[in-house]
Design a binder for this molecule. Structure first.
Ligand code: GAP
Length: 510
């Protein structure tokens, strides 16, 4: 990957590429945008759809043990009481009374500044790749400012959630640099509330779902009663989720409206849940690699036992090396039978499976791989982006920007380019090929400008192949086109049948 020099630059470059090429726009941009909300433009909508389709195809169609579901976004409010979201889906919120900024207490860090064993004050910094260094630098600056002599101890960084009531008034706000304005953390529920029907009172309160997963639990009985699934089996769903994140950030990485692809895999309580969890962990990593994410950018994070939710037996996150740090991409959790038990308790409807072997009714346990489409899309863009020096037709060196997207998820699979715009024989053949390809694939037709410039435009959009209809096509036997490969820039000649065979291999059967 040849990329801009710094990670900040890469994010800036990507954000501007996304805007310029119609991949992602800020939502409601003409009104100044809305923090945490995004729109996918024509190219982005295709890329996102291709990611969803690839996941659905591999997770549902190509497996025998997973079925699909589309549940409603607004569900009975009791669902969220049973799941624990009403009481516990909170982040610790800290206000700065002076600047009116809001922070997540677990993303705000502080340290005591200790000189010769005595605390001379506190410093604070927000979570970043270099929080510890920033705290150390601020500690040195405070020591200088206060003109204190002696040895400065290395800072011991702590989350603001760990600050004692005595420490809180002494910790400076990251916004002002002055102490005294930060409030103690308070639990902030991230569910968006709305009202169902004409009444606006508390009896009408409902929530936009913060995860798609509860749909699979609430419809568990429906699915086993109306299909022929047998344990172990999964229910998968793709859909929008909404979280009123305190600090949406890093472009589409953490937003307030996003899309999830989740699957609940129901297993017998006596099944080897650890082996099943491992299998799904491997499946998810292999899948990410299959759509083009480099192995070098993927790693695993095992949640420490003491930090697991009480119902979770094990959670492992697949992490991706984004330009702003290594962050969670896909969480794979072993959730025991917690959710079905809760819904059984709150609804009074048994959530059981009849085990033919033992003639017993059992409540299955669950392995849950849960991933965000937007996070995959951002990872894909980061991994695919490259800048290269190449020579144009006259031998001059120029910069080429290319998105090396896997053909399966690239917005356009092929671009059809007539060599000249005003030569009927060329455009006629090009349009015929374009119409034929379009019935199966999303294809671009571009007859504007020099051929080199058209190749560059397609490189930037991530189109894996360009086919040029040139004089050899119309003058020589064989009806062949120039096929230009995005990654190697090699040009070969190809027939229509060979082109369809290439697409079948690299797109349909990938
Ligand atoms: N049902 C379990 C669940 O929702 P989660 O870890 O909260 O677990 C699963 O979310 C995945 O959804 C995350 O790994 C991430 O990919 C995506 N996700 C979560 N919050 C997000 C947000 N605010 N913006 C974008 N994606 C998000």
């Amino acid at each position: 990957m040849a990329t801009p020099s710094s990670s900040d630059n890469l994010m800036e470059t990507l954000v501007s590429l996304c805007k310029r090429r119609g991949i992602i726009y800020a939502s409601s941009e003409i009104y100044g945008g809305l923090n945490g909300f995004f729109d996918y433009g024509p190219l982005g909508a295709e890329l996102k759809r291709n990611i969803r389709n690839a996941w659905w195809q591999d997770m549902v169609h190509r497996r025998d043990d997973v079925v699909g579901l589309e549940s409603s976004i607004i569900m009975h409010p009791k669902v969220w009481e049973a799941s624990g979201h009403v009481a516990g889906f909170t982040d610790p919120l800290v206000d700065c009374k002076a600047s009116k900024q809001r922070y997540r207490a677990d993303q705000l860090f502080f340290a005591a500044v200790v000189v010769d064993g005595a605390t001379i004050g506190y410093v604070s910094a927000l979570e970043s790749e270099r929080t510890a260094e920033e705290l150390q630098e601020k500690a040195e600056a405070l020591k200088r400012k206060k003109a204190v002599q002696g040895a400065l101890a290395p800072v011991a960084m702590k989350e603001f959630t760990e600050a004692t009531p005595e420490q809180i008034p002494l910790i400076p706000s990251p916004a002002t640099g002055e102490p005294g304005s930060l409030t103690p953390p308070r639990a902030f529920n991230m569910m968006f509330e709305t009202h169902v029907g004409p009444m606006r009172d508390s009896s009408a309160v409902a929530y936009l779902r913060p995860e798609t997963a509860q749909g699979m639990f609430v419809d568990f009985k429906n699915v086993i009663d109306t299909t022929r699934v047998k344990l172990p089996f999964g229910i998968a769903q793709i859909g929008k989720s909404f979280r009123n994140e305190i600090t949406p950030r890093n472009f589409i990485f953490r937003s307030r409206e996003f899309e999830q692809m989740e699957m609940e895999y129901f297993i017998h309580p006596d099944a080897d849940w650890l082996a099943c969890h491992e299998e799904w962990l491997k499946w998810c990593q292999d899948w990410l690699k299959s759509i083009g994410l480099p192995e070098s950018h993927l790693s695993l994070f095992e949640h420490p036992k003491e930090k697991l939710a009480f119902y979770s037996r094990r959670t492992v996150d697949i992490m991706f090396k984004y330009p702003f740090g290594v962050q969670e991409l896909w969480g794979i959790a072993a959730r025991s039978d917690y959710d079905l038990q809760q819904h059984q308790k709150f609804s009074g409807v048994p959530q059981v499976w009849f085990d033919e072997a033992t003639k017993a009714k059992i409540v299955p346990h669950v392995i849950e791989p849960a991933v965000g489409v937007d996070r995959i899309l951002l990872a894909v863009l980061c991994a695919a982006y490259a800048e290269e020096d190449v020579k144009d037709e006259k031998g001059n060196v120029e910069k080429r920007t290319v998105l090396r997207l896997h053909p399966r998820i690239a917005p356009f699979k092929v671009a059809v380019l007539p060599l000249l715009k005003n030569k009927e024989q060329l455009t006629g053949r090009a349009k015929a090929l374009y119409q034929k390809l379009k019935r199966r694939y999303n294809v671009s037709y571009d007859d504007g400008g020099a051929i080199g410039r058209r190749y560059r435009r397609q490189d930037e959009a991530g189109t894996p192949w360009c086919v040029t209809i040139d004089f050899d096509t119309i003058e020589k036997p064989g009806d062949t086109f120039t096929l230009r490969d995005r990654d190697t820039m090699q040009q070969t000649r190809i027939t229509e049948a060979e082109l369809f065979a290439l697409l079948a291999e690299k797109v349909d059967n990938a």
